[in-house]
Ligand binder design. Structure first.
Ligand code: GDP
Length: 735
């Protein structure tokens, strides 16, 4: 039966007109998971009609496996529209953690998005962020207004009031589309409920309708209100009257373009290579006979199969047994198996043609974001995404297994976790032997711990999250001499703050360490105003956004120790002079050097301290400071609590950025240091009788107020077992 189903799906997949690649995006808790679970339950199984036989047994319990969609990189849904079968790939788009890279990556492989908005809460920050991210990658949105049952049952709104609320949400979404979509789509992609581009319903109760569907079936909103009055027993009747999957998937099939149509206008936006090259043309045509090109958007470790790379084939046909080139990993690997998705499961296929989503075994050096290309085209390929080295952990917890015997299992699980989510950093504290897990925020860590529990059955004990600060400087230093312990090597180094523009170019992966040096110099000159000599002579860019520039001329033996100096720079930036926290945003300039002619006298043991001493002395004289992570908060609460909320935020060193009144509800956008957020939930609930709802996410790094600096340095140093006072510049230059 399964074989037959696979063949049937493959047949549909070859006809791209019958394929859609989509994602679901939503503000946290608006119902993304519930909607995908509901769709999977109704449509994740190829129907008996098409397979000609009964369902395979193991698909039967899908409905009971709530949350299964969360664990799958893709689920394929099967849907018939006007008698024609369609395969709809629902690709997992990440939650609100590590927003930029992962989200953009997911947006590249989908052509449409179902934007889910909670009817009670309305449009929230993440609604806007995700919609914007989608539009920027030319992903076409449709809207599902969810939790309408709450308007009926809890808020007891009249049908008129409910309609007003719908109109308001649609208006807000359309304003965002007009704001963020590219010019040619601003009008074209406006959502018109009369055309069926908006669905209304309840993902939890599994009903939904669009205006045309309601007209066609003669559904009146008052019917639904009446059914709710009857209570739980009426749910099946509701579900039959207005099936959720029909409302939502009809909308997808009708308004989301098929992969071939979409690639034509999306490619110029999501890929920066030459559109007139052979590769460019093949992708513009979604040519199954073109060179194989696949963008990996997700990598997961399957306990049985090993590393599974899931992505979209943009051109060519991916087959098992063929060798392909991994652009970022810079190596050849052999495709061992290709699979398609059936519901949440992977099924072996002989080949997957362009326009579709494939799961691949064998590419165990691939990471999310990898561009896979036919080996013959390896030099011609411009990757979709350059390798990003930047990871910016904000909080760290020390973890250990509840049961000490689980330690090997924990180590293994952490290793896998950091492959699947490179923004999680795992380290061992050499002194204590503790395992340290760092992430983008307290919530990111919490999700990782839940994942360990649910997917690996590991109960772990975690310490209170510790904030990871950054060390930086606010002035230019003069040139300092850094001596090696044997005094035979001398490096003359100054430091200065990197400007914000350069920091963001590096953060966004536009400037990288391994890019073409000329190209890099050009961007730095033109976009960040770098002087030509410096822009051309970058030796290194580290993972914490620090840059090493060489301005020396004619120094003997410098070339032989270049790599050692770079390594010394990296090590120094990993633990800054103030409190051994990572350094961020510093430009290190080497002006001159004296290097001993005998290799025996210029090894790492000599060069590392020379580099470090000069950098640290420079930093300590350049108004050093600590940067702390700042979170953005988006709070909604009844107007009467505005004062209470403002008081809490201000007390916590926060800043109100914006207050909007939406009916009787106040929406407050604010910033607050992560250090102040640990009891925030409690306080907000307490101050608003539990009526506030809010979202939070990482916003930026900001200098600690000067009045707090010394105290904080002391606290961090003591925690690390260092003497409380930070070193002085003299400690590094041996006056
Ligand atoms: P996600 O964070 O967007 O994935 O949101 P979830 O799907 O996990 O839903 C968040 C919460 O809202 C859960 O408690 C769901 O049960 C609930 N929920 C989701 N859809 C509905 C709905 O249509 N009606 C109601 N009343 N609750 C819902």
């Amino acid at each position: 039966v399964r074989y037959k189903q696979t063949m049937e799906i493959l047949k549909i997949m070859r006809n791209l007109d019958q394929v859609r690649n989509i994602g679901i995006t939503a503000h946290v808790d608006h119902g993304k998971t519930t909607l995908s679970d509901s769709l999977l339950a109704a449509s994740g199984i190829i129907s008996e009609k098409i397979a000609g036989e009964a369902l395979a047994l193991d698909y039967l319990d899908v409905e009971q496996k709530r949350g299964i969609t969360v664990k799958s990189a893709n689920i394929s849904l099967y849907h018939e529209y006007k008698g024609k079968p369609y395969v709809i790939n629902l690709i997992d788009t990440p939650g609100h953690v590590d927003f930029s890279a992962k989200t953009t990556r997911a947006m590249r492989v989908i052509d449409g998005a179902i934007l889910v908005v909670d009817a009670v809460e309305g449009v929230m920050t993440q609604t806007e962020m995700y919609l914007r991210a989608a539009l920027e990658e030319r992903v076409r949105p449709v809207l599902f207004i969810n939790k309408v049952d709450r308007l009926i049952k809890e808020l007891r709104l009249s049908p008129q009031e409910i309609q007003q609320r719908f109109v308001q949400i649609i208006k807000e979404v359309n304003q965002l589309i007009a704001m963020y979509a590219d010019k040619e789509f601003k009008t074209k992609w406006q959502l018109d409920p009369a055309k069926g581009q908006v669905a209304f319903g309840s993902a939890r109760d599994r009903w939904g309708f669009t205006v045309p569907m309601a007209k066609q079936k003669g559904i009146k909103f008052s019917d639904i209100v009446d059914l709710y009055k009857k209570g739980k027993e009426a749910l099946p009747e509701l579900q039959k009257l207005a099936p959720l999957h029909e409302a939502v998937l009809d909308m997808v099939v009708k308004f989301i373009p098929n992969p071939r149509e979409a690639q034509k206008y999306r490619l110029p936006k999501i890929w920066h290579g030459d559109l007139n090259s052979e590769i460019g043309k093949a992708m513009m045509e979604t040519d199954p006979n073109g060179p194989v090109i696949m963008l990996v958007n997700d990598v997961r470790i399957d306990p049985h199969a090993g590393l599974v790379a899931t992505g979209r084939v943009f051109s060519g046909t991916l087959r098992a047994g063929e060798e392909v080139w991994l652009t970022n990993a810079r190596m050849k690997q052999k495709v061992l198996q290709v699979s398609l998705y059936m519901g949440p499961y992977r099924e072996l296929a002989d080949e997957i043609v362009a326009g579709n989503i494939a799961a691949v075994l064998g590419l165990d050096k691939a990471r999310a974001g990898e561009t896979v290309v036919a080996v013959e085209y390896k030099d011609a390929m411009t990757p979709f995404e350059k390798l990003r080295m930047i990871s910016e952990p904000v909080v760290t917890v020390a973890i250990e297994p509840k049961n000490p015997r689980d330690l090997p299992k924990l180590i293994d699980a952490l290793h896998k976790l950091s492959i699947e989510d490179p923004s999680l950093v795992v380290r061992i504290n050499e002194e204590t032997g503790e395992y340290l897990l760092s992430g983008m925020g307290p919530l990111h860590i919490e999700i990782a711990l839940t994942f360990l529990r649910e997917n690996y059955g590991l109960d772990v004990v975690a310490s209170q999250p510790i904030i990871v600060y950054r060390e930086s400087i606010r002035d230019k230093s003069k040139v300092f001499e850094g001596k090696s312990p044997n005094k035979h090597n001398k490096l003359y180094i100054s430091v200065e703050p990197l400007d914000e523009k350069t920091i963001s170019l590096i953060h966004d992966g536009i400037i990288t360490e391994d890019m073409d040096a000329k190209q890099r110099a050009k961007v730095l000159r033109e976009e960040a105003g770098w002087p030509t000599d410096q822009a051309r002579r970058i030796w290194a860019i580290d993972e914490n956004i620090n840059v090493f520039v060489d301005l020396t001329t004619g120094v003997q033996h410098l070339r032989e120790v270049k790599d050692t100096i770079i390594q010394g720079f990296r090590l120094a930036m990993r633990e800054g002079p103030l409190a051994m926290e990572p350094v961020r945003g510093v430009k290190v300039i080497l002006h001159d050097a004296i290097i001993h002619e005998d290799p025996a006298h210029r090894g790492p043991g000599q060069i590392y301290p020379a580099v470090r001493n000069a950098i640290y002395a420079g930093m300590l004289t350049a108004r050093p400071t600590l940067l702390e992570p700042i979170q953005k908060l988006d709070i909604k609460a009844p107007m009467e609590y505005l004062g209470n909320i403002t008081t809490i935020i201000t007390k916590k060193r926060g800043k109100i950025l914006q207050v909007l009144q939406q009916g009787a509800v106040a929406r407050i956008v604010a910033e607050i240091p992560v250090a102040e957020t640990f009891d925030l939930a409690e306080q907000l609930r307490g101050a608003t009788a539990g009526k506030a709802i809010w979202g939070q996410e990482f916003s930026r790094w900001a200098p600690i107020p000067d009045s707090m600096l010394l105290d904080l340095i002391k606290k961090i140093r003591e925690r690390k077992g260092l003497k409380p006072e930070p070193p002085r510049p003299e400690d590094f230059i041996g006056f």
